[in-house]
Design a protein around this ligand. Sequence first.
Ligand SMILES: [Ca+2]
Ligand SMILES: [Ca+2]
Length: 540
Amino acid sequence: MDIDAVVGDVGSFDPELLQLPELSPFALKASPQIAEDLYAQWLSLPQTGRLVKSLIDDATAGIPINALGNSSSANAAGSNSLPSMFQAGSTPPLSPRSSSGSPRFSKLKTSPSSLRSPLKVVSEPVREAIPQFYFQNGRPPPKELQEHCLSRINDLFGGHMDGLQLHEFKLVTKELCKLPTFFSSAIFKKIDTSCSGIVTRDAFVRYWVDGNMLTMDTATQIFKILKQSDSNYLTQVDFKPILLELVATHPGLEFLHGTPEFQERYAETVIYRIFYYINRSGNGRLTLRELKRGNLIAAMQHADEEEDINKVLRYFSYEHFYVIYCKFWELDTDHDFLIDKENLIRYGNHALTYRIVDRVFSQIPRKFTSKVEGKMGYEDFVYFMLSEEDKSCEPSLEYWFKCIDLDGNGVLTPNELQFFYEEQLHRMECMAQEPVLFEDILCQIVDMIAPEREDYLTLADLKGCKLSGNVFNILFNLNKFIAFESRDPFLIRQEREDPTLTEWDRFAHREYIRLSMEEDGENASNGSVEVWDESLEAPF
Ligand SMILES: [Ca+2]
Ligand SMILES: [Ca+2]
């Protein structure tokens, strides 16, 4: 006899086995769900475990177990009936009925089948003995934790009888809430709903302790602090307040204080990067689940502790922002903050084919947020650029997969691959490069990816292989294709130097150095400095 066997039987459970003398079996039969809940509850009780164990012990010791289960150590209630599943004198697990906050309880009260049953009557005597197990706002904090927290609150609010102002609140955020300091004003505003400019001790206790924020995991806390009260997801706008606080207070971003427009651009870029990597559904609505699965919380904490923001490679690096923004600025020759096809074809030294740029502008991988027909905005460019320079990440594989999947049927056939490769082949011929025939390329791709089926590639095939990014480079990025074919020693060395860096990290590092050298050169050769150069002199 083992517990699994008992649990496995729950589907055909007979309510009469519960042997509740006070309950009419009819009431339970009429609501089989209650009986099953009770049974499941019973199975999880420690007493049940002990009962089963004692039965097993008896069995192994050779003590016969009769059909009634009245073995020597089981505390049998009746002597002439089936074994009672509940030991005499112990409290039966009737918790759903005793918990006034439980939705089950209110359902029971209105359920017609239970109206005339003795259910309500028996709930009275056991009310006190059963611990509450359902809490509308989550389980309240254990007493010690609550007391410890209250004493810390008293310390921090002590001497501030009227409450704390925003600039005094940072310590509460950091030491009490254990959240990054750049969440201070977001938390403050959540509590100070009347915008009085003050948060009192009691108001904080109501929000943090009584509201059970104290016991939630960090992701849930952050989710609740940032989201609008009536929605169950985060949008880009919800991240704005903490990003603006970060740029205003982080020592590594102090040099931006004089140029609010770049503070704004930096904040925007960080938010796009966050959504690119962790809003995997791509619908602009970041769920708690997505927040928990991503690495954002760790990155935020890192950003809060690290004075050099450029060391925070995930999302927050200023250098990474700088590289993205400069690339956009370079391509957007008329500086109207929009890019057209002809602009994008110049990306990465004319690295891309017309065919792939066409697909991007057909908005196949992602709909543009830009409102101007045929033009890509800055956000669209960030998505494009991260996909182009970080082909090892899943969002990028998805982006390019959609581009190549011409008929949108979810698999890439040799015909589709060939359509894109043709243009590469043509370019190689024009450059007097020795062309590689498509048949050879196809073999190379199949060898590299080892797809489940040899006649087509699925997204799962690509996600399962570290080299997948190269397939896309072969198909539409000539410079990267040639570098890959010739096993560019520079790239290989860079990879070996720090294998923890992503393709994006290495690219951004290289580009940042190149851009800053270019800028130094320009500044040295001509005394005149453009607005852009002037405002960004500080980091160099
Ligand atoms: Ca433009
Ligand atoms: Ca297809």
